[in-house]
Design a protein around this ligand. Structure first.
Ligand code: PEP
Ligand code: MN
Length: 336
């Protein structure tokens, strides 16, 4: 429930409401910003009875929140959250960020080359998977902790922050120590125990939408992380599975402006996993910026034909440079 106070309600009145919330065993959450003083009620498992609040002085309105998420919602947090990844800022209305790099860390040389390509072309964050969630067990599974070190080293050498995926709770501490941002992939979006643990880590989290997740489920997954104490969460639309089989996934771009209404968390788009075909990555990356995404994540490989994972959707150096150039020119047009 949201308790909206009269405009300019004095502090003692707000304190009384806070005390009443606590006396009922719930947790009060001050809601900053705007011209509205409001207090959120957290920790209830069901409907919150209005009676203890209805007649308290200064209370203007009681709003029941029926959604499975509160902390991620604009109702509870009207102002945009800006997530900082090694000094790079992600947020609604901020300059869009480009994350780029290979699907998987394959070798020191491959990641170093990829890092040089993406840095030189102007990307701000390097990506690369050390732990790879592959559909079949015969596919390359990633270099694990060795890959993590290779990625971190390449990021340091290139002077850019790195993001990499965590698959299990027991990897989390070492991933957090090596990476500037921790990715929770589509397949783990509803691994609730993992989400809770990422909430206890003081590093930004990049949460990808599950391949069959509704928007409500996506936001409820992010809620786990915020509720556990970490509000540095970037959401990533990466395509969903629909009846349409022509492309790898169906990029659900309409959710970007819709999420801007629903949540204060930044939203980026991963066109690479959405379309699965190299030639379609650039147009959809541009479309993502047009609809207001806070950034894009692009798979780039120094030699896509030799990639151990997702080669067909990976851009090479020339392709990525061309895309960055197009994105730059698009930005000039959008802000002018
Ligand atoms: C990835 O980004 O490396 C990845 C595996 O993507 P997704 O979880 O969206 O499939
Ligand atoms: Mn991939």
């Amino acid at each position: 429930m949201l308790i909206v106070m009269d405009h300019g309600a004095a502090k003692p009145l707000v304190d009384t409401v806070v005390a009443r919330i606590e006396s009922l065993g719930f947790t009060p959450q001050a809601i900053p910003g705007g011209d509205r003083v409001a207090i959120g009620v957290l920790g209830n498992q069901g409907y919150v009875d209005e009676a203890p609040f209805r007649d308290l002085p200064g209370v203007r309105e009681l709003i029941h929140v029926t959604k499975p998420y509160k902390l991620v919602s604009r109702d509870f947090h009207p102002e945009d959250t800006v997530v900082e990844v090694g000094g790079v800022r992600f947020g609604w209305g901020q300059e869009p960020v480009v994350i780029a790099g290979p699907c998987a860390v394959e070798s020191r040389e491959q990641v170093a080359a990829a890092a040089r390509i993406v840095k030189q072309a102007g990307a701000q964050v390097l990506r690369g998977g050390a732990f790879k969630p592959r559909t079949g067990p015969h596919s390359f599974q990633g270099l694990g902790f060795e890959g993590l070190e290779i990625l971190a080293e390449a990021g340091r050498a290139a002077g850019i922050p790195v993001v990499t995926e965590v698959m299990r709770i027991d990897q989390l501490e070492r991933v957090a120590a090596a990476a500037d941002c921790i990715q929770v992939g589509a397949r783990n979006m509803q691994n609730f125990d993992l989400l809770k643990e990422t909430g206890r880590i003081g590093k930004p989290i990049l949460l990808k939408r599950g391949m069959s997740a509704t928007l409500e489920e996506f936001l409820a997954a992010a809620e786990y992380i915020l509720l556990a104490g970490n509000s540095q969460v970037i959401l990533c639309e990466r395509g969903i599975r629909t009846f349409e089989q022509a492309l790898r996934n169906t990029l659900d771009l309409g959710v970007v402006p819709y999420l801007r209404q629903l949540t204060h968390l930044p939203v980026i788009v991963d066109p690479s996993h959405a379309v699965g075909k190299r030639a379609l990555v650039a147009p959809m990356a541009k479309a993502a910026l047009v609809v207001g995404a806070a950034g894009v994540m692009i798979e780039v490989h120094p030699e896509p034909g030799a990639a151990l994972c997702d080669g067909p959707q990976s851009l090479d150096a020339a392709g990525f440079e061309a895309l960055m150039d197009e994105l730059y020119r698009l930005r000039q047009a959008l802000v002018s």
